[in-house]
Write a protein that binds this ligand. Structure first.
Ligand SMILES: Cc1cc2nc3c(=O)[nH]c(=O)nc-3n(C[C@H](O)[C@H](O)[C@H](O)COP(=O)(O)OP(=O)(O)OC[C@H]3O[C@@H](n4cnc5c(N)ncnc54)[C@H](O)[C@@H]3O)c2cc1C
Length: 387
């Protein structure tokens, strides 16, 4: 294994791979990405719903989306991989006046930033998603350029391109310590030995707090389990009343969401009662909580057999915004984590920004909303569209 590098990236999910890719694009290839699993993308990246949207509630996240979706649209030409990107839109269903009021302000913000978002009534929403019941819906928003992409395609696209440029990717190797001397980063300890490096990137997703502690820093990222279920059509002979397109539908009040996944339907919902955990086992009893909500919105799910289910971890910060940038109090330590349930879609822009920071370029964006130090400084703000 390489014993020295200019940059060590801890974690081979979509974030670590994106940083590696963007560093290589900037000519910095003396980089080692260290992943403890045998494959890249085995963490949250390999367990997510693939959703990609412009519709966020704060300026910084909308800007991350605009840049990231631009790259998803050009991914094949620019990065060289197929990511199965379908822009069939995201439909948010709103059932309370408070949500309508919040979305009204946020649609104005999204439009000011150049995003085309439509307001719909219940009938308009139902027309976009056959099989959907919208009787309690009092408003909806839709953005056609939102969609679904393949997280593993994106991660492997970034990783392969970085590797081809000279970046080293080490799998099956765990970072066990972060080395600090005289208040500066000097490298990492791994299960396969030490790598000396002046720059370390914490891209460990839900495990970011542990990597931070190795460096003596508190990184407020907690793991929250989220389930995904895949329903199959009940029988080939029966018509299944679900959308034919891959539109992503989100019932904002309950956070129940679904989209087509092959012949089946992928769906999930947040559990506000769940405490932080690293437990990835499927809680089948949680399906009993989703079923009534799902059946009310999409009756075709009532008797559809469940073919598969899995759980993954959201990496959640106190304000549901990510941490992207250099740690102020520990020169050389960088972070790209805490995306709070919507990281996959922001990996292109977030990786580009961090690569700019590391190589001393202007990231072209105010990074204060993403600073690690904002939690200590108690800066107000944060993301409200957490699904
Ligand atoms: C059920 C679910 C649905 C989701 N749906 C969406 C969605 O629709 N759209 C969206 O944008 N986002 C979604 N997300 C969120 C998204 O998956 C994450 O924000 C994103 O994958 C985070 O990527 P990451 O690279 O930071 O983390 P990860 O993919 O978890 O990668 C971190 C890597 O670090 C490695 N690692 C950890 N510790 C060490 C160590 N000590 N040494 C070496 N390696 C280490 C891990 O093995 C892992 O591979 C969803 C998440 C879940 C769980």
């Amino acid at each position: 294994m390489k014993r020295t590098a200019e940059v060590v990236i801890v974690g081979g999910g979509c974030m670590g791979a994106s940083v590696a890719y963007h560093l290589a694009r900037r000519g910095l290839t003396d980089v080692v990405l260290v992943e403890r699993e045998q494959m890249l993308g085995a963490g949250s990246t390999g367990r997510n719903a693939g959703g990609v949207r412009h519709q966020f509630s704060n300026d910084a996240n909308i800007r991350l989306s605009i840049e990231s979706i631009g790259l998803f649209e050009r991914f094949k030409e620019e990065v060289g991989a197929d990511i199965d990107f379908h822009q069939d839109g995201y439909l948010f269903l709103l059932s309370t006046p408070a949500s309508v009021e919040m979305f009204t302000a946020n649609v104005a913000l999204q439009r000011r930033l150049g995003v085309a978002v439509d307001w719909l009534d219940a009938a308009g929403a139902a027309a976009l998603a056959p099989g959907l019941v919208t009787d309690t819906v009092i408003g909806a928003t839709f953005c056609q350029r939102d969609g679904i992409a393949d997280p593993n395609g994106v991660t492997m696209g970034f990783a392969r391109s970085a590797q081809a440029a000279g970046v080293t990717i080490v799998r099956d190797t765990e970072v066990t310590g972060v080395l600090v001397e005289s208040g500066r980063i000097t490298g990492v300890e791994t299960s396969a030995g030490t790598i000396a490096a002046p720059v370390v990137v914490n891209a460990a997703g839900p495990h970011a707090r542990a990597i931070g502690r190795m460096a003596g820093l508190e990184v407020p990222v907690d793991p929250y389990r989220r389930h995904i279920f895949i329903a199959q059509p009940p029988s080939p002979a029966r018509r299944w009343d679900v959308p034919a397109s891959r539109i992503m539908v989100i019932d904002f009040e309950s956070t129940f969401y679904f989209h087509r996944e092959g012949a089946g339907l992928l769906f999930g919902m947040g559990d506000p009662q769940e405490a932080p955990t690293f437990d990835l086992s499927v809680q089948w009893e949680f399906l009993e909580q989703i079923t009534p909500v799902a059946a009310r919105r999409l009756p075709a799910l009532t008797d559809a057999p469940i073919a598969r289910a899995w759980a993954g971890l959201y990496e959640v910060t106190p304000d549901a915004n990510p941490i992207i940038g250099a740690a102020r109090d520990l020169p050389g330590f960088h972070l790209i984590t805490g995306f709070s349930g919507h990281g996959f879609q922001h990996s292109p822009a977030a990786g580009r920004i961090l690569a700019d920071v590391i190589t001393g370029r202007d990231p072209g964006m105010d990074l204060a909303p993403f600073a690690l130090e904002r939690f200590a400084d108690r800066r107000p703000g944060g993301e409200r569209y957490v699904v």
